[in-house]
Design a protein around this ligand. Sequence first.
Ligand code: TYD
Length: 232
Amino acid sequence: MSVGKGLFVTFEGGEGAGKSTQIRLLADSLRERGCTVLTTREPGGSPGAEAVRHVLLSGAAQEFGVRMEAILFAAARSDHVEEVIRPALLKGAVVLCDRFMDSSRVYQGVTGNLEPPFIEALERVAVNGVIPDCTIVFDLPASLGLERVRRRANAAEVSAGQEAELDRFEKEELETHEKRREAFLDIARSDPKRCHVVDAAAAASDIAAAVLAIVEPMLPKTGGGPDTEAAQ
Ligand code: TYD
């Protein structure tokens, strides 16, 4: 369901799947083709949502339960949609978003055990008609993704002289991460028009080519306003 003249592409998958690198590579390729591109991420992407991001990822909201966390993710999403995503799409931009509604379906719905009608109601309010035109699911064995996340945290520790920090969701058990992988694949199977699965264990250049081949045929015919990039 397109909003305005733009194209809304979301990137989903487990931890350590390499989404942010691929979003950067795709944004570069699309700009070379003359597109106006906005890259953004969730939770966050707008000032209001970035304030909620810290509460969620630090684990500060965890003690209040998964229902509370789901509502906070939805609040952040609503602000992000109305302040950033919808206006960009209306101007004709290509919006590349690192995680969106499918992450709530999987993390809060499936592994958070929240009942589907509750998740669906939050989703409807938060996205308010802004459904991705295309969702790329980065598929990777959970053990490999977690290994990458830990390696990244250790490298940050060495360069900053700080203790390695995993966020509230990265700290969960391998079994939970495997369940999430299956849940993303289930979403892709149930909505094949919107969702495309890529093998995130492949070489970065091969993944980039696969992602570009999916998105290129969907590009809007004309570019929008001035080039913009959300703070990450
Ligand atoms: P982030 O550091 O942005 O990482 P990643 O590289 O994994 O995308 O962390 C976002 C975390 O928030 C991630 O573990 C998934 C989780 N999340 C949810 O649980 N529900 C949601 O709706 C969203 C958008 C993210």
